[in-house]
Ligand binder design. Structure first.
Ligand code: ADP
Ligand code: MG
Length: 586
């Protein structure tokens, strides 16, 4: 279609630019809070009315601006934070583009008051749709106060996309919570329609801040990790696997103090929990990454919500290594229910109170995710009461009623044994295996009477390709002809299982690999599948001797609190919780 090209007017240009930066009221709050933090504020207060639609106020006690600065600050591409091109690759501040205030000004009624530290009087500037309407002196303490009224008043299309005031306010609160985790020493107050919704004191330690923000229950299941990998400093808190959530809301990532959403980091955290969590569940984690500014590009996203790492795999593997190491110590078992802080904290300060008031008999798959704490180390010392439903072992300890899913337990034990045998051969996940030669690996047992299995043609092709590699997994499966295979040997641990079903399952697993991946790279998945076929399924009666043997086995293995797919092995209900459930205590 032919069209005449025209230059856009300045006012239209600034509205378009504003649209990229300011998606919704919380974007404004984010930009203003970043400015306050960059200005060195130790106290930040935020107020909104009607979800930020009629008013957003942000006040800080930072360095402030002179009269001259004020006039410049609202212009596009005016910043005090970078000066030339090389600064762009060494950014230490949260802001750097010099466009936020101009963008906000273009689509609202804006008033900024500011007093520079050391100056006797402050100044103000007012703008409507980006045009300055008034300027003058103002009296205020050192710092800056910004009022944004009627956001989007001149961009009706944006207004239509706004959600309810409640939803918009929630987004704003999330922004504040994220920055509060990054700047624990800074005081934050959030008022919504006159009501105080968040009060975080100045000078909190990181632990105190986490506790005030996430609440006792979550904080109590978080464990600190810390490590340096090449030039990266990695630290933070990660949860026990029992504390998990159905959304990524439980993950907080900070890169050089900036709150970001990042796939590399998310994947690194999740893969640290491999075999500990069910698919689709997320642990709680607060991750701080300090990285030389030259190794991360923060200028890749309009609202700076994403970053790009020069070397993503170093970051990924570093984070994974540090968290994985922490998890391998099973901190939740050595310090069961040890709160993050030993000192008792009253109700003051913490805005979220402990949510567990009623007994959570059914794990919630929604919400903030905590279900059952299962911190039992001493499986061996549990008193066995019996078995119910042919599936669950009922036990008690001094403090808890403990239910154990015998199938999950059995699978977890089987998986760990197989893994030990497999790794015993030196078959590291990425190392190269001794090709040819006699594969040792998983202890194998020859079948007296080999069993046949028929597969679909596509599965036949796949299994033919992998049958050699399966030797290291204790499996001997020969191609017979047509679509038939002969199963000659199986992992000794699986004695008595349904072998054709096992092979069928393995082939299905292999078919999910994107390409012809060596099984070594996927040995976790393969072992999971194999472990699944161990006998003693739910529905089998166990003698009390067998139960005790099972508990003893559990005692010696890492990550014993979840089956390889991440389902919990046990559920623990404290006597206290029971009493609450029966209303014997409040
Ligand atoms: P940027 O943060 O990218 O520099 P902004 O448009 O957000 O761009 O702000 C422009 C400039 O205004 C900043 O560089 C800073 O010098 C000044 N400024 C903005 N907000 C504040 C504040 N709260 N306190 C002190 N100075 C501020
Ligand atoms: Mg800024």
């Amino acid at each position: 279609m032919p069209s005449a090209i025209q230059l856009l007017s300045d006012s239209l240009i600034s509205k378009i630019a504003a649209g990229e930066v300011v998606e919704r009221p919380s974007s404004v709050v984010k930009e203003l809070v970043e400015n306050a933090l960059d200005a060195g504020a130790t106290e930040i207060s935020v107020e909104v009315e009607k979800g930020g639609r009629s008013l957003i106020f942000v006040g800080d006690n930072g360095g402030g601006m002179s009269a001259e600065d004020l006039g410049l600050a609202v212009q596009r591409h005016a910043t005090s934070k970078i000066h030339d091109e090389k600064d762009l690759f060494a950014i230490r501040s949260l802001g750097f583009r010099g466009e936020a205030l101009a963008a906000i000004a273009a689509i609202s009624f804006l008033r900024i008051e500011s007093r520079k530290e050391g100056e006797e009087v402050g100044n103000f500037i007012e703008l409507e749709g980006g045009q300055t309407t008034r300027e003058g002196k103002a009296s205020l303490p050192a710092g800056t106060r910004i009022q944004v009224r009627q956001l989007f008043y001149n961009t009706p299309a944006r207004l239509k996309f706004l959600k309810s005031p409640e939803t918009e306010a929630l987004h704003i609160k999330n922004v504040l919570e994220a920055y509060a985790l990054s700047y624990p020493e800074t005081a934050f107050v959030f008022r919504r329609d006159g009501r105080e919704e968040l009060t975080l004191k100045r000078g909190e330690s990181l632990e105190e801040r986490i506790r005030s923000l996430l609440g006792e229950e979550i904080a109590g299941s978080l464990f600190p990790f810390q490590g340096t990998v090449s030039s990266l400093e990695i630290s933070g808190y990660c949860s026990s696997p029992e504390l998990n959530s159905s959304t990524t809301r439980s993950l907080f990532f900070f890169v050089n103090g900036r709150y970001v959403k990042d796939r590399t980091l998310q994947h690194a955290v999740l893969s640290s929990y491999e075999n500990l969590l069910m698919k689709g569940r997320f642990p709680w984690a607060v991750l701080y990454l300090q990285i030389p500014p030259g190794q991360v590009d923060v200028n890749v996203h309009p609202t700076k919500a994403e970053v790009r790492f020069a070397n993503g795999s170093v970051v990924h593997d570093g984070v994974r290594e540090v968290i994985r190491k922490k998890l391998s110590e099973r901190p939740w078992q050595t310090s069961p229910l040890t709160p993050l802080l030993s000192k008792e904290r009253g109700a003051e300060g913490g805005e979220r109170s402990d949510p567990a008031v009623t007994l959570p008999l059914i794990p919630s798959h929604q919400g903030r995710g905590t279900q059952f704490h299962f911190t039992q180390t001493a499986y061996g010392s549990l008193q066995v009461i019996g078995q119910v439903h042919g599936t669950y072992l009922v036990c008690e300890s001094a403090d808890n009623l403990v239910l154990i899913d015998q199938h999950a337990a059995h699978e977890r034990i089987g998986f760990e044994k197989l893994k030990k045998q497999y790794e015993g051969q030196g078959g590291s996940p990425k190392g190269d295996s001794p090709k040819g030669g006699s594969p040792k690996g998983i202890e194998s047992q020859r079948l007296l009477i080999p069993e046949n299995i028929d597969l679909a043609p596509s599965e036949t092709a796949l299994l033919k390709k992998y049958s050699d590699e399966l030797h290291t997994f204790g499996l001997d499966v020969d191609f017979f002809g047509g679509n038939t295979f002969v199963i000659r040997a199986i992992p000794a641990l699986l004695n008595g299982a349904d072998y054709p079903a096992l092979i069928q399952d393995l082939v299905a697993e292999i078919a999910t690999f994107e390409k012809l991946t060596p099984l070594q790279e996927k040995f976790h998945e393969v072992l999971e599948r194999i472990a699944c076929h161990r006998q003693v399924r739910a529905g089998d009666r166990l003698s009390s001797l067998e139960i005790q043997a099972l508990l003893r086995d559990l005692e010696g293995i890492p990550f014993s609190s979840n089956c390889p797919h991440g389902r919990p092995v046990g559920i623990e209900i404290s006597w206290k919780e029971l009493e609450k459930g029966f209303r014997r205590r409040l």
